[in-house]
Structure formats: C-alpha cells, structure tokens
Design a protein around this ligand. Sequence first.
Ligand SMILES: [Zn+2]
Length: 191
Amino acid sequence: MTGTPPHAAWTWLARAHPDPDHALGLLLRHGRAALPTGGPWDMVQVPETTGLLALRKAHGPAFRDVGRHAVLFLVTAPGGWGVHGTAHLTDGVMVCTPAPDLSAPDPFGAPGPYWLTPPDGSGTLVDPVTLFETLATIGPQEEGVTWCGLCGRPGPTTTVHRPGLSGPGGDVPAHASCATVGIVGGRLHRR
Ligand SMILES: [Zn+2]
C-alpha cells in the first residue's frame, strides 16, 4: 500500500467546493470551511456520545462539532436513511468542516469542529450500511459519557483547572493524563 502525500487530504476536502481554491484558502487560514454535502460525500449527523461509540465499528472520516453536540460522519450516499435521532445531510447542505490537521478542541473552549478520524486523502468514506447497523446496536444505557475538555476524547475524566484561566470556564473535565498539559501562548504544550 502506498501512502498519500501530506497535502492530499486538504485538496480532497477542498475539491467538494465549487471553488476549490477558495475552500483551500479558508481551510488554511481559518482551520475550517463550509463545504457542501451531496457531492463526493454525504454526511450523517449523530448525537455526540452515540457517534463516538459508533466510531468503534464505522471506520472513516468523522468529526465532532462541539456547538452541535454532534459527530458528523462522511459517508457514501446511502440509498435511504432513517435512524431516529440522526440526520442525513445531502443535496448541497453546507456544513462547517474542519481542516485535516484540526484534531483537538479549541484550548479555550470555543465551539467548533475537529476531527475524531481525519480524512487521509485517499477518498475513503464511512460505509453507511455499517454505520446504520452499528447505530442500531447502541442502546440509550450507553449515553452519559463525559468528554475531556483538553484532548476532546471521551472519559473517564476528573475536573481540572486550566492554567491561566480563572472563573467560569477555568474548570474543565479532563483525563488525568491530559491534566499534565499546559497552555502556553494559546497552544497546547506537553510539559
Ligand atoms: Zn484528554
């Protein structure tokens, strides 16, 4: 198997836009771009905890949108979709999509999307049949997972204080291992 060049995922994402150069510029400058569904991929929006559990079996590009409390899967167009509590996005619906290198939440807690499984540029998408079948096996008893505010992955977490931040927003749930991460100049650095 041959690897794909580092920029492949960027150009692959941008090509979904009618103006790929414009979209690539947005991804590079802002770390995100509104990209249309219904072209190279559709999306399925799933409540975030359910979506994270589904990622164990449904492999392919998926990102978490903190503001929507959702995980969005990039899928090949399903013939139909009807899973309670989820949404099939297609036909030009524009979705704010993160740049391929954005794989953690904003260190200061701003809402925004980041990849849980970034695209690799090969064009691989999530199989909607696998996603459908996986979602059907996830019960409501598995809701209630807590999310680490520092790395953006699920718990177990404890409450830690963000260095340099006081008041509301200073305390975040985080993995014990992530609590050793400090914030310097707005970027995360391992001590
Ligand atoms: Zn963490």
